[in-house]
Design a protein around this ligand. Structure first.
Ligand SMILES: O=C(O)CCC(=O)C(=O)O
Ligand SMILES: [Fe+2]
Length: 318
């Protein structure tokens, strides 16, 4: 059972804000009902996001600049990465959402904070369920070895809303199959640093994953599906049994903007990450040294989007 987060007041302390009652998603109910609730939460969030991105630039800028939280346009991170994308990065704590909503929807901030809060609760449960199944499949002694980090009140999980403006080619064929020169990169190639990413998008194509042989495979858009990425931290915790997936988002030839919503499930900042003991054997010694999530984030911020940060944390023997 997922319940609304208890504190009625924002935690950030800058202003006392009354937090809206969050819609809840009960994952213990009949499967079909649960699925409906999750879809509803995602649809409401998508509507609110599209509403924000449709506002004039000067209004959107009030929710920025991304520091890293808030509204950003074209600039991704702090090291010169750019793309044909505008986005909002949200800290998932209710207090932070309430505060940010004041600039995202100044006429009705609780509409945005309620949609975001409801969606975050729903998608967090989806992430935790998947992580518990992964832990079980890997034979981890602690079945909640991964999900407990996400459920921790201090989890550093974030939600990013990405909006890719429409891009029309002179000829109306699908740009996903066009030569590279005709494609615009929305979000350049990278792996997600956190534990797990749960991503949804509207019905516009753009997401691609990198597979062996240096091939990019397009992921067919499906607004009714979640796309799940293993993040760098999960790669470290599983001692490389799961590999974080390199992916990118292209702006394709579509009359419609693409919207994606990515929930990045992350541990608390002070959490020490190291391979689970069960993943380390004499024939498979530890590939990564222990590090804190704060250390890892700092390394990520100092590098370019496409750089391989996990390499910095490899053990000496390799
Ligand atoms: O828009 C997408 O489909 C992918 C976005 C992404 O990879 C990200 O936000 O990390
Ligand atoms: Fe990503």
């Amino acid at each position: 059972m997922v319940v609304a987060s208890p504190p009625p007041l924002a935690r950030t302390g800058e202003k006392k804000l009354l937090l809206p009652k969050l819609p809840t998603v009960d994952l213990s109910g009949p499967r079909a009902d649960v699925a409906q609730q999750i879809v509803k939460a995602a649809e409401t969030m998508a509507q609110e996001s599209l509403g924000f991105f449709a506002r004039p630039d000067h209004e959107k800028k009030r929710a920025g600049p991304a520091d890293p939280f808030g509204y950003g346009c074209r600039n991704i991170g702090f090291n010169g990465d750019v793309g044909e994308v505008e986005y909002v990065l949200l800290n998932t704590h209710p207090g932070s959402i309430a505060q940010r909503s004041l600039t995202i929807n100044s006429t009705d901030p609780t509409k945005f904070s309620s949609a975001a809060g409801g969606y975050i609760e729903a998608v967090k449960e989806v992430a935790c369920e998947i992580l518990d199944m992964m832990a079980e499949g890997l034979g981890a002694t602690d079945a909640e070895a991964f999900s407990k980090l996400i459920r921790d009140v201090d989890s550093d999980s974030v939600l990013r809303l990405n909006h890719y403006p429409p891009f029309l080619l002179p000829s109306p064929s699908s740009a996903v199959d066009h030569p590279a020169a005709e494609l615009k990169v929305g979000f350049g190639a990278h792996t997600d640093p956190q534990i797990l990413t749960v991503l949804t998008s509207n019905d516009v194509a753009g997401l691609q994953v990198h597979v062996d042989g240096d091939v990019w495979v397009s992921v067919a858009p499906d607004p009714t599906a979640f796309f799940v990425n293993v993040g760098d931290v999960l790669q470290a915790m599983t001692n490389g049994r799961f590999v974080s997936v390199k992916h990118r988002a292209l702006n394709v030839n579509a009359a419609k903007p693409r919207l994606s919503m990515a929930y990045f499930a992350a541990p608390p900042l002070n959490c020490t990450i190291s391979p689970l003991p069960e993943m380390v054997t004499p024939s498979r010694p530890s590939l990564y040294r222990a590090f804190t999530w704060a250390e890892y984030k700092k390394a990520s911020y100092s590098l370019r989007l496409g750089d391989s940060r996990l390499d910095l944390f490899k053990t000496q023997q390799q």
